[in-house]
Write a protein that binds this ligand. Structure first.
Ligand SMILES: [Zn+2]
Length: 457
């Protein structure tokens, strides 16, 4: 007997600032795909022209950059191509016509005046006659009953569907809505498992009834907890700070992003390495039913650990793949000294920018911040003394640099360190100051302190 291969899918609307949750859905579907040797399909749901406002190729590139994979989709093709809904022609309208002919759907002529709609009472003949001259949308005739779904994560869920309005399946501009398009494609793509966020649970009851209306098998649903804000309120999807683009542009290592997304809602170890995502003993029971507060601090912690444990070769390879010129212009030793301090490449670039900033603006900004920590006299003594001490030091060593902080320095030692650190780094965290000065070099250090010294008024 042939083993039936489970088929799952991830579908998304191509929107600007594509939500982080798309990657999370692919990760979870991939975990299941690996566990059952299944097939993952990627589908672009772009029938809503207003919402679909981005080039899906860019989103696919970002997903691929993270190392995510799928078996069938718009870029890799597959036996049920095309995988882009806007390219699937009249298929949805033909299905809607079948429902209309069988009285399982009806035309609504109310133009959005839903509360007073009695269009479900109009006879098929009358409806067909009016459709010639009036605009309409099509609604699915929902059975009002206590319905149930056996969800692989939530178990048995019941819903009184009389609390739901009959859903629109064809807009008045003759484009199909999500509910019908997803049922048609999930059927034609032979999808056996629909694994997605729990914000789709209510919709699943509508889709189940549409599958049943056609006599199609209903796939197994598995709804995992979705991200919320820290205060449990709903996230504003479409925000740049919550987008894949943002996290990639911030320069978090891809392994860190994947691990962060995978662990937020799956209660077991998820290993992410260059070979992909790996979980042992995958189980739907390990998924969180409740929603998860999106806490970027966790990503920062994971990312710091990932960067810290990279080999030197991998770290330098990772740095160089971003093509930022500043990252090439600083000594390798300096880059390596930052390995245990940074959480992403933005962090590193910020550090480099402030360290290598010799501009008047930088000097003025740091100087004004220093007004409260030292007097004008102290500022002058520390800078001129430090410049002189560094200048006369013959060899550029840690011992000599340490010595430069002591010779003829009449000010409080703590204050001296504070002032010099601020001048060089602008307050960015750099660790040991002697080591930083050693790596920054004699010329650069003296050049920067001289700018500050010249700015004494
Ligand atoms: Zn109506």
């Amino acid at each position: 007997m042939n083993k039936i291969v489970p088929r799952m899918r991830v579908a998304f609307v191509p929107m600007k600032n594509s939500f982080l949750g798309i990657a999370r859905a692919i990760i979870y579907n991939n975990m299941f795909r690996q566990a059952c040797d299944g097939t993952l399909v990627l589908r672009i749901d772009d029938t809503d022209k207003e919402k679909s406002n981005a080039d899906y190729h860019k989103i696919l590139n970002n997903l691929k950059y993270l190392g995510l994979v799928w078996d069938e989709g718009p870029d890799v093709g597959g036996p049920y191509s095309p995988y882009v809904q806007s390219s699937r022609g009249n298929i949805y309208v033909e299905h809607i016509n079948i429902l209309l002919q069988n009285g399982l759907a009806y035309r609504c002529f109310c133009n959005g005046n839903n509360d007073l709609c009695r269009c479900h009472e109009i006879s098929i003949e009358e409806s067909t006659r009016r459709s010639i001259s009036s605009s309409f949308c099509v609604k699915f005739r929902l059975h009002k009953k206590i319905d149930e779904i056996d969800d692989l994560i939530h178990g048995n869920i019941k819903l009184d569907t009389s609390c739901l309005k009959d859903p629109v399946i064809l807009r008045s501009n003759h484009t199909p809505t999500f509910h019908i398009a997803t049922v048609v494609d999930d059927t034609l793509f032979h999808i056996s498992h629909i694994m997605r966020g729990s914000d789709h649970i209510q919709g699943a009851f509508i889709q189940k009834q549409i599958f049943e209306a056609f006599g199609y098998p209903v796939p197994q649903f598995a709804h995992f907890g979705i991200y919320t804000n820290m205060d449990k309120s709903a996230l504003k999807v479409g925000k740049y700070e919550l987008s894949l683009e943002y996290f990639i542009e911030q320069g978090y290592p891809r392994e860190a992003i994947i691990e962060f997304l995978a662990r937020g809602g799956y209660n077991d170890e998820v290993i992410c390495n260059e070979d992909g995502i790996c979980v042992e003993n995958f189980s739907f029971s390990k998924f969180s039913k409740s929603n998860i507060a999106l806490n970027i601090i966790h990503l920062d912690a994971i990312s710091k650990r990932v960067i810290k444990t990279m080999s030197v070769e991998k770290f330098l390879r990772w740095i160089k793949e971003s093509h930022e010129e500043e990252l090439y212009s600083v000594p390798v030793e300096f880059l390596l000294s930052q390995k245990t301090r940074i959480k992403n490449k933005s962090d590193l670039l910020f550090n480099i920018h402030s360290l290598y900033d010799f501009s008047v603006e930088y000097v003025n900004e740091v100087k004004s911040a220093m007004g409260s920590i030292c007097s004008k006299e102290e500022y002058e003594i520390v800078t001129s003394c430090m410049i002189e001490n560094l200048r006369v030091s013959k060899e550029w060593t840690i011992t000599n640099i340490e010595q430069a902080f002591n010779n003829n320095m009449s000010c409080d030692k703590k204050l001296v360190y504070h002032i010099i650190r601020l001048m060089l780094t602008g307050g960015r965290p750099f660790g040991d100051l002697h080591e930083l000065i050693l790596l920054f070099g004699k010329d650069n250090t003296i050049k920067k302190l001289t700018l500050f010294n010249a700015a004494v008024e």
